[in-house]
Design a protein around this ligand. Structure first.
Ligand code: TYD
Length: 135
């Protein structure tokens, strides 16, 4: 069950009196080859992002600023992860339904993706998702 593969990945944190610095390297921190990054910002209060699954795409999501919650659902079980620090991210394998909720003011979500944007990789209906998972 791939919901068990969902996990927090910690990045290095270089603390300094001038401010902190974190980084990621594909070969050390990312469990896939990076094909794209995108970011979600200026989310009005109460709005929900996501609400879909991917057939192939794997992602790592980082709250670079502010906070939000990610609800992961494999069709049987749901898990909620609160992201609120920029030195870790949530790894999400393919074929899991996800929603991003509770965005704080000025939050910035960085998404690192294993694929280029492909609309046919999206499963945008929950019923279709359950069928895809044979549930
Ligand atoms: P979508 O992935 O549905 O957003 P979210 O999961 O955050 O709710 O994407 C919203 C729109 O942006 C949709 O029309 C597709 C487009 N889009 C791209 O053109 N390229 C991209 O890399 C992404 C992620 C989305």
């Amino acid at each position: 069950m791939n919901i068990e593969q969902v996990r927090i990945i910690d990045f290095p944190k270089i603390e300094d009196s001038r401010g902190n610095l974190s980084f990621l390297e594909e070969s050390k921190h990312i469990p896939f080859e990076i094909k794209r990054t995108y970011w979600i910002y200026d989310v009005p209060g109460g709005q929900v992002r996501g609400g879909h699954a991917f057939k192939e795409q794997k992602e790592l999501i980082i709250a670079l600023s502010g906070s939000f919650d990610i609800i992961i659902d494999d069709g049987k079980e749901k898990k909620i992860y609160s992201l609120n620090r920029s030195y870790y991210g949530l790894y999400i394998p393919a074929t899991l339904w996800r929603e991003m909720v509770n965005f704080s003011t000025n939050s910035l979500a960085l998404v690192i993706s294993s694929t280029q944007y492909t609309e046919s990789d999206y499963i945008r209906s929950y019923d279709e998702f359950l069928k895809y998972k044979n549930l």
